[in-house]
Design a protein around this ligand. Structure first.
Ligand SMILES: Nc1ncnc2c1ncn2[C@@H]1O[C@H](COP(=O)(O)OP(=O)(O)OP(=O)(O)O)[C@@H](O)[C@H]1O
Ligand SMILES: [Mg+2]
Length: 282
């Protein structure tokens, strides 16, 4: 096995994101680093997880304003990069699997052609080889009826299929950093484990860093070495194991998720008063 690579791939210092004219940030002073590891980002709906991922990729909509002391990828700042450079990086070295990936696929190109283009670009494959490789990759991400799917356009496939198509393209591009935003929530339980396994292979083989965004704290804890817990745009704590959870919000998230080992008749809901009065310890 290759020696572990402890280099920092991504460094984020005091990142905040504001939408429109409001002075309440959607992401509030977040700092984190990512090496060749699996890092989970958890938090309830609206806690700023997707906004954080998109801000890192510099993929916020025009009304999103970003403020940061540092945002570096492989040692170079992403804050002052031109869109042209960012686009080249996104296609090659850093990748985002969006919660609804249909928008990140090219709407006017059939699926097969898009995946084949990734093979031509990254593996210098011939057109013919590229289609064979594309079909192989789509099979790897458990797309059924490959020939039919390859002829479909992005708006004709489901969100879960779109995410798997994105993963297939990434398997060809071998990026250094992958941000996966809820990559399994739209999938059947039977396929979820496979998709996680593929992401795991992808990062291990390439010594890449994976940021796995999810509201499912138990799934993230089972898969990631570190877990960052977000609440109202802020990091409330960072854990390597669920047993370490101190913050009432994190404990609430854990109690609100069913534990297959000890089923309970009724799941707990969050105690917001206790959470808001608790001290924040990043
Ligand atoms: N394009 C936008 N315009 C205005 N506000 C936005 C936009 N995108 C996100 N927000 C706001 O930012 C906050 C964080 O949203 P975000 O989508 O990052 O949450 P999330 O943790 O990913 O939630 P979920 O688990 O539902 O995906 C929310 O209050 C949301 O309303
Ligand atoms: Mg989200």
């Amino acid at each position: 096995m290759a020696a572990p690579d402890n280099r920092t791939i991504l460094n984020v210092q005091n990142l905040s994101v504001y939408f429109g004219q409001t002075d309440k940030p959607a992401v509030d002073n977040v700092s984190l680093t990512l090496g060749a590891e699996r890092l989970g980002i958890v938090g309830e709906s609206g806690s700023g997880k997707s906004t954080l991922g998109r801000a890192i990729m510099r993929l916020l909509p025009p009304i999103g304003r970003i403020q940061a002391d540092a945002l570096t990828f492989e040692g170079a700042s992403l804050l002052d990069k031109k869109e042209r450079h960012l686009r080249a990086l996104r296609g090659n070295q850093m990748a985002l699997i969006m919660q609804d990936p249909r928008y990140s696929l090219n709407p006017v190109l059939p699926i097969g052609k898009q995946v084949a283009e990734a093979a031509i670009l990254h593996l210098s494959a011939s057109k013919r080889e590229a289609y064979t490789l594309a079909a192989e990759m789509l099979a790897k991400v458990r797309i059924n009826d490959i020939e039919r799917t390859m002829a479909l356009y992005p708006h004709q496939i489901s969100g879960g299929m779109g995410q798997r198509v994105m993963i297939a393209m990434m398997l060809l591009a071998k990026p250094r950093m992958v941000i996966a935003d809820e990559p399994t929530s739209a999938l059947d339980v039977s396929v979820r484990g496979d998709v996680l396994k593929l992401l795991d292979e992808l990062v291990r083989e390439n010594q890449a860093g994976l940021m796995l965004i999810s509201h499912d704290i138990r799934m993230v804890a089972a898969f990631c070495e570190r877990i960052i817990v977000m609440y109202k745009g802020r990091i409330v704590e960072t854990l390597s194991h669920l047993d370490e959870a101190q913050h009432p919000y994190t404990r609430g998230l854990i109690a609100a998720m069913p534990d297959p080992r000890s089923p309970v008749a009724r799941l707990k809901t969050l105690d917001r008063l206790a959470i808001d009065s608790a001290e924040v310890k990043p």
